[in-house]
Every structure is written in structure tokens, then in C-alpha cells.
Design a protein around this ligand. Sequence first.
Ligand code: GAL
Length: 847
Amino acid sequence: MRSGAAAAAILVVALALDLSARFCSGANVTYDHRGLIIDGRRKLLVSGSIHYMRSTPEMWPDLISKSKAGGLDVIQTFVFWNLHEPVRGQYDFEGRKDLVKFVKVAWEAGLLVHLRIGPYACAEWNYGGFPLWLHFIPGIVLRTDNKPFKVEMKRFTAKIVEMMKQENLYASQGGPIILSQVENEYGNIDSAYGKGAKAYINWAALMATSLDTGVPWIMCQQDDAPDPIINTCNGFYCDQFTPNSDKKPKMWTENWSGWFSSFGDPVTYRPAEDVAFSTARFYQLGGTFLNYYMYHGGTNFGRTAGGPFITTSYDYDAPIDEYGLLRQPKWGHLKDVHAAIKRCEDALVATDPKTTSLGSNLEATVYKTESGKCAAFLANVDAESDATVNFNGNSYHLPAWSVSILPDCKTVAHNTAKINSVATVSKFVRQLSRDDSAAAAAAAADAFISGWSWIYEPIGISSNGAFAKRELLEQINTTADQSDYLWYSLSIELKEDDKNIVLHVDSLGHVLYAFINGELAAAGKGSHSNPNVSMDVPFSVLPGKNKIDLLSLTVGLQNYGAYYDLQGAGVTGPVLLKGLENRSTIDLSSQQWTYQIGLRGEELRLFDGGSSLWASHPTLPKNRPLVWYKTTFDAPSGTSPVAIDFTGMGKGQAWINGESIGRYWPTYTSPNNGCTDSCNYRGPFSASKCTKGCGEPTQKYYHVPRAWLQPTDNVIVLFEETGGDPMQISFATKVAQSVCSRISETHPSPVEMSSGSGPTLLLSCPSPNQVISEIKFASFGTPRGSCGDFHQGRCGGSGDDLAVVQKACVGLSRCNVSVSTDLFGEPCKGTTKSLAVEASCAYGKGS
Ligand code: GAL
């Protein structure tokens, strides 16, 4: 028998051989009208976006290995300029910003990389990725033919290219980077820039190619991208897209797997069937490179969220969720699509597609080579009606809005409307704390939160850095985004008989708190679609001097649109005192205002937890505005991802061991109506088509990366703006709750067949040490919904279905159930039936 060490050595050699075979000699990457050509071979590639700094380096290997298991060949990321050069000329590539390391992690897993240098990114990232200092360069106009801008853009782009070259990361050098991107979606907005736009795009193309990366560059959403830059498509569907030259391949750089969330809006989800449909349609109609945006969205830690109002979570309903867990059935369903499409690769890249109509909204596309290879796609693009089509002498059932993939032009390997993947659903499980009952707390060492201490943030001006101006200042020009907060303060003499006066404030947003004589008198907030805030605040007058302190906040800077960089914020006025007794309205706009950028607590770095000012006293201040809170806690045990449920708090920011986990805002709920619990995947998708969580907080759980936690004595600091009760916050871990499987009696792919009577449903627990402990749902008929949310359809689901599956599965770690009327009886003759099962797994005795 081989010793473990010898076996490990063999493995290392084998891996080294594999890598050397793949990467040591530089690969030549070019393209033609059918695809990217790597070392002389056209490739069919599947790619996914993961933005390195939206997770932690500790998560990267797992995210990348899950991407690879899901069938990806390529990892795509933007490069975020403002992260790497927060101060002009001072670069930072440490920790989560370690771009080289991220590229290497993908490389070590055997994946390729698409580097979107931009450096404009959009991406729901603060200020679209531009450093704010750019805005202050004299004479600069961003994203057009403007010298000061071009100098900076070229310097940064060249810097990144040089870094990659130094590490031999371009494919031309033997590395994994096969593709780069310059600019981003400029074509969507370029008309606003007039003549400068075209000159800028031509310059950007020349600048990029002059950097000599040895791999192609792309521009997305840029119909006039000059040669040799490839213009690519972004959207929910790109099957109808054609590049601007018949020498360029059809590429899709952003297939939006879901959508981003904004505080105050419901959360968008995109059904797996529709994502799969869009993907299959793209490869059907000649596409050979597709990227999911996002494959893993992650988290906008710190103040990196764009905006305004982008949530801290950037989950995106992506195939891998914010916490790094598989989102099922999306991940599994897409994996099945990729596997089926890969089986078509040889025929697909060798020739051009030939599409014929099989009837109204029915299309067959065939890729047939002279050597006899054949792959076909049959599509039903009707949003309502299923169809049966004849193709090559056989008959095929095509559900509405679906594509069947036939890698040999005969047998259906996959239909995008039929989800057959085993799914697991994850749920948040609350971790007990001392505040739960004493007995429970005694049993729960987990997530133990000890007593809170606090510091009041002064209301109004408290810093030596304050300054005065006889005008209202725009906020972003004033703070340079060093902080979310800007104080506008003023004192005014009023008379006792000024009883019913109202303070009127107009602001560009994004959030405004008005304090009158030291009391919070009003709070207002905008939204992603309309950030402005206006308020009329009843004023309780003191005879003599009255104090007005307006605290104005940004919630992430704009990231999209023509001249988005010039969109302002803050109290730009007018600010009026109305309703004065026997006097006309007073316009306060050009009176002397005193300004303070940021908070005193920020100046004192309270978020590090270390100050000596923290007070602890049995009566913790609750529901008071502007309070810093601090406590220590033990990490929830185990390795499951951790979140904080901020229910009970208002709005603010949170830090764990000095790392900012982002802005929290559980009190910003979405409107009560307009959500669709069960979304019909058939028909064109849009970001507002399928939404959930109406009437609930847009974001209640906030990710705390495991890597930022130690077992005990973790310090959490909160800055609460409007008022909350920190005793109510709780920790949760996200764990797999259920395993599911659904299979149709017409299951197309080759599966284990049971005694000839029908396909077999397979159910297996995530860990071999677990056994199926309970069958939560079983229905043979027309069950609806998805894992975690199955419900009975029109037919089937008699009580017996549950019993049949229980008998076959409970107590086993995996089981097979034949999908046939022999076992379940006939619930509805003439209808195609499927079996859906949801089960729980538990660790068996002794494991
Ligand atoms: C695209 C853009 C991405 C991202 C996406 C929406 O327009 O290129 O960066 O913002 O929209 O999530």
C-alpha cells in the first residue's frame, strides 16, 4: 500500500503536470466570427462574475471551486479603481483588494479569467468605481475626450496591465487572463457627450491595445467599438445580438442572473428556468462566450455600495448566494444546461448555425459539420403555449418558453423548463443569546452577547475642523465622500410669539435628520429612483436663540448614467422659516451656516472599539438618535456563514473587530404591494417582473464573514442614527435546511432507470453522515413551486404520496424512488406528471 506522503507527492506532481500542460507555454488568444481561439482552437466558454472585494480571500477558493463545479470555464471581475487608489498615487492591493491573488486562485483551480479593467465599472459600486479625487482635478470631465481624464485613465489602466504582466498572468505569458475590457456600457449614454464621445472611444481602444496584453479587448454595449475591440452584449437576453463585424464573435458579457437591491424596494428574483432559457437561446443562435453577472454577488462592505440606496447585500439572486452557499435550484439547473451545451461544443464551434422555423414561435437550429458531427437546439419562444414539434422524423414536446438541447441531433439531453437537479435550501437559524430565556442561554454558549456600553454622538458642531460659509453647500463637493455625514448648523433669534412656525428644507438627499434645539424633529429619506428629500418641520420656538442642526447623509454615490459623477447631494436649499407671526418667510439659505464633515465618533475612531469614553450603566439608552454602541460576543460555533439580524435597530453602520460590515437599515421597508410570490418564468423578464418581500425590510440580515471573527471576545460597534434597541439584534447562521428533488415522468436525460417502469427520483443528504429524517412534501402529479416552497398543483398529492416516499427514504442517507403510476397510482390520466419531494436531513446517531 502507498504511504499517504507518497500519494500526496504523486498528486502534487500530477497537478504540476496538469498546470504546466495548460499554462507554462504562453497561449495565443485570438478570435474570429465564431469564437475566441485559444492556441488554435475555437472555444465555447461559460463565465461568471465574482468581484473579489465583495467576499474575503478566505472565501475565494470555495467560491471558485463551486463555480468550476457549476460548469464555468472563466471567472470575470471588474477592477475597482477607488479601492486601489483611494488617494492619488497611493495604491492598495492588500487583503480583499489583492487582485493578483484572486486571479491566481482562479488559475490554481484551472479556470481562466476575464479582467474588466474599465476603469469605469458601474457595478452598483460607489461612484461607479472612480476615485472621488478625480472630480477635483482642475479642468477634468470624466468619460469623454478630455486630456486630464485621459491621462489618469491611462495611468491606472497601464498600472493594472503592468501588475498582471509582472506576475505573468496574461494567457500570452502562460497565465489565465484571456480577455480584458476597457470602459463599460458607454454606448448606452454616449450621445450625451456629443462629439467628444466618439473621439474618446477611439482613444480608449487605441490606448488599450497599445498596452500590448497579447489577449483581446472587449467593449460592452458599444456598437461602434473600433477594431480590433470586440463589442459585446449585456442584458437579460442577448440571443438577437450581432457584433459590428463578421470577423468578431458573438459574446455576452452580462447575463443578469437576478438584479441588485435598493433600500426601500422589494427584492428581485429571476427564475432559474428563464436564466437557463436565455443561456440556451444564446448558444443556439451562434453565441460562444457567455458570462453570468453575477455568479456570486457578495456583499458591499464598508461604504462601497453604489447608489444612491444600493443595499449592503449584493446577493443578486445569483447561483452562489451572498454567503457562498449554492442557490438551488438555480446553480444545479444551470450546471445541467452547461453540461448539455458542452456536449455540443465540437459541432457548435466548428460551423455556423442553421435555423429553421418549425411553426409559429418554434425554431430549430442545427450545427452540422462535414465530418458528421451534429448538435441541435429546439426552441419554443411562445410565452404561453406548449407545443409538440417534428424534427428529423421524431416528435418532441416543447414546453412554452423553453429550449431543448440535443447534442447528437436526436436525444434531448436537457430542456430548460424542466428542473431536475437535486436542490438544497438554506435558511437563517437564529443563534441564542443571553437575552433568550436563562435556561436556553445556559445551554447556548453560541453568539453570547455581553452588556452594551455606549457614547452619545454630539448633536451639531463638535469638531475643531468646523468651518462657516454664508451659503448652502453641495455635500459631495464638501465632504469629498470622506464620510456619509455632513452637519449644517445655524442659530437664529426668534420671538416668543413665533409659535406656529415651520422649517422648510429642500435637499438633494439622500437622508436628512433635522434637529431643532437639540431634539430630533424630523427624519426624511429619498430612494434609489428619487433621492431628493423635502421636509416641513414644526418648530417649537424658544424665546431668543434657536438652534437648527441639519444632519445630511449620503447612502452610496451614483454609479450610472451620463455625467452621473456630477449628481449632487445634501441641503442645497432653499431652507425657509415659514408661518412667522406678522412677518414674511425668512430665507435662511444664504445666512451663515457652520459645517462639520463627518462625526466626532469617526474622528475618534470609535469603530475600532478602543476609546476610553465608552460608558456602561444599567440603563442603556434605547430609541435615542445618534448613539454609538459597543459590546463583545462569542462567535457562533461551527463553520456555517454568519449574519446579524438587525431587527430592532433603525439605520446606521456596523463594525466587527474594526472591519466595517456596511450600512444597516432594517427599518426601510418596501411597499406593501406589487410582489409576486410565484413568478411565471414564461415570457420576457425584467427587473420589476418578479419581486419578493413586499412590506418587509429590504435587508434584515447582514453578512459577517467568518474570517473576521475569532472564537471569543469579538468587538461589535454600531453607530445608530435614528434610534434603536441593540438588545434586540441577534446572530444567525445560514444552514442547509432541506434537500429537494423533482423529476418528470418524461425526464429526458440518461438517468438510472428503475425496473423499466419510469425514471427514478434521487434524494441524497448533503453529508454522507446525515440521514433523511423527515419527508416534508411529496407529490406525484403537477406540483408547483420550488425547493422550500413546493405546493400541490391541480392534480396529485394524495396523502399516500408522502407515505410512499417516507417508506422508501426515511433513515437512509440517499434513496431512489421510481416515478411511475405503478407506485403512486394514476392521479390524472393524460397529463404529464412529475414527482417533487422535500426532505430534511439530520445527523444520525454516532456521527
Ligand atoms: C450593467 C453594468 C454593471 C451593473 C449592471 C446592473 O449596466 O455594466 O456594472 O451595473 O448593469 O447590475
